[in-house]
Design a protein around this ligand. Structure first.
Ligand SMILES: CC(C)(COP(=O)(O)OP(=O)(O)OC[C@H]1O[C@@H](n2cnc3c(N)ncnc32)[C@H](O)[C@@H]1OP(=O)(O)O)[C@@H](O)C(=O)NCCC(=O)NCCS
Length: 174
């Protein structure tokens, strides 16, 4: 597979042909993603290959978010300032087109999201996700820890230890 680059979702990307096993993630991309971008509810990033720049291989969304300090496991609280609310980033959605599964695109996108939040000027303590039932083991592989129910998080400090390459460029960003 050609090397991928990650771009902000734009009109020229073909949202209609994207297909993954979770229909709601297809519908979101088709029907809501551009609105979310416009209304600044989420930033939407897509992976494309240079040979097919309209074809969305996978995508993820990022939004500013917060969780209560008390919801964070005690061992992770030691990494944090003692404010009642912890500023984090929500990885609201992550999906890879079925045709591209098995090529570590999901991993590539997750590391790209971590790289992005590690290098932004706005402080964020980590990445939070509300995992679909089948996807929780995927996130656990990368060090995510359960907060409550389907909610997991990966402290940025932990991510930087686990994946030092996160601070180097993982993708050709726009
Ligand atoms: C979950 C998803 C994003 C993973 O992306 P992917 O490109 O298929 O996965 P990758 O190829 O990057 O997988 C990396 C590793 O994780 C493993 N893995 C992938 N999905 C997994 C899962 N659901 N559970 C456990 N392990 C998983 C792979 O086997 C691979 O392991 P390896 O390094 O030993 O080969 C993708 O399968 C998807 O879009 N699923 C449907 C939508 C979804 O569930 N999104 C998550 C919403 S919370």
């Amino acid at each position: 597979m050609d090397p991928l680059r990650v771009e902000r979702l734009a009109r020229h990307h073909d949202r209609a042909v994207f297909h993954c096993p979770e229909g709601a993630l297809d519908t979101y991309l088709r029907e809501r993603a551009m609105q979310d971008v416009k209304r600044r509810a989420a930033a939407v990033f897509v992976a494309v290959s240079p040979g097919a720049p309209h074809r969305i291989v996978g995508y993820y969304t990022l939004s500013a978010f917060s969780v209560q300090l008390t919801a964070i496991p005690p061992q992770d609280q030691r990494l944090l300032a003692r404010y009642p609310d912890v500023a984090v980033t929500l990885l609201g959605r992550l999906a890879v087109d079925t045709a591209y599964r098995g090529h570590h695109v999901g991993e590539f996108l997750l590391l790209d999201a971590l790289h992005r939040i590690a290098t932004t000027d706005i402080a964020t303590a980590g990445l939070v996700i509300d995992a679909l039932p089948n996807a929780a083991p995927f996130y656990e592989r990368y060090g995510f820890r359960q907060l409550q129910g389907a909610r997991y998080w990966l402290p940025l400090q932990t991510a930087l230890q686990l994946f030092p390459e996160v601070l180097s460029s993982t993708a050709d960003h726009d």
